[in-house]
Design a protein. Structure first.
Lengths: 128, 174
């Protein structure tokens, strides 16, 4: 067999075709990055909703409709009383008015300036 | 110089045209078909995702990249035994020589001769292009190719003369 015949003979053997080249967008690294971005966005949304203050429900004239006429097992922690919605404070007032009063008093003293202290600005001004 | 960078179209064209030959070349180093396929994909995906300047001989560069990646892989996994020694070639029906005999003969060639014959036969490169791609003179490339053909011819002829697989010939004998 001459060289050119042997070359033709070899060319008649076809190497197997490789699988199609994966497109660049489908690379595992890019897929992982995309998945991470989606997870991050979901976590941010969740955090944003969690930090959002509770909105007041629409006020209704009917005690039943607003839930005032029925006993509701509601006992929020004392530390968050100041951040309760208006409806929740009303419910608390029905159930434990003395406790709410004391809590509001305590919140007021912790938030407002102490006028009774010797170094209070108002006391100094009143002396003048 | 953006016009000298590999483009997606360049690489896709090379993959279509030379992918089979490059896969066979990778398999001449690695017996594992899946690993050879991964090596080939890895080379092309790396070029797709990075801004690499086009070399003088693009096909030669691809052959060299496949060779280096295959040898690196071989070094890392030399102790593993492959269970997948399949065919790299589909043999034409009338020939008695199987694709397996051809791949055995190719694997027995010295690396530079195997590279020369694969570039010439299955990638359609001229001897001049092979010389430039491999960084040798035209005479050296031609010699490598000639020696490779001669060894392949001898090896395949030897296989044909050797013991043949058992074939049922009941229709002829009866």
């Amino acid at each position: 067999m001459r060289d050119d015949q042997f070359e033709e003979f070899l060319k008649s053997f076809q190497p197997q075709r490789p699988a199609p080249l994966p497109v660049a967008g489908d690379s595992p690294i890019k897929r992982r990055l995309a998945a991470s971005a989606v997870l991050l966005a979901a976590a941010s949304l969740l955090l944003a909703f969690w930090k959002m203050p509770p909105s007041d429900p629409p006020v209704s004239n009917s005690p039943q409709a607003s839930g005032l006429g029925v006993a509701q097992p509601f006992e929020p922690p004392a530390s968050v009383v100041g951040r309760l919605s208006r409806t929740a404070r009303t419910n608390r007032a029905f159930e434990d008015s003395a406790g709410l009063e004391a809590q509001l008093e305590q919140d007021f003293h912790s938030a407002a300036p102490h006028f009774d202290r010797d170094d209070s600005a108002l006391r100094i001004l009143s002396r003048e | 110089m953006p016009d000298t960078l590999w483009s997606h179209q360049d690489l896709q064209r090379h993959y279509e045209r030379h992918g089979p030959a490059l896969l066979a070349y990778a398999r001449s180093f690695l017996s594992d078909a899946a690993r050879a396929q991964d090596i080939l994909h890895g080379v092309f995906l790396k070029l797709l995702s990075s801004r690499v300047a086009k070399p003088d001989s693009e096909i030669g560069y691809l052959y060299r990249a496949v060779r280096n990646a295959s040898l690196n892989d071989l070094r890392k996994t030399s102790s593993e035994v492959s269970m997948d020694e399949g065919h790299w070639f589909s043999a034409p029906a009338p020939h008695a020589v199987t694709g397996f005999a051809l791949q055995t003969a190719l694997r027995a060639l010295p690396e530079e001769q195997r590279e020369a014959v694969m570039m010439r036969i299955w990638s359609g490169m001229t001897l001049d292009e092979i010389a430039r791609a491999t960084g040798v003179s035209l005479n050296t490339a031609a010699s490598r190719y000639r020696y490779a053909l001669e060894k392949l011819r001898r090896q395949i002829a030897g296989d044909q003369k050797g013991p043949q697989p058992c074939v049922t010939t009941s229709s002829k004998s009866s």
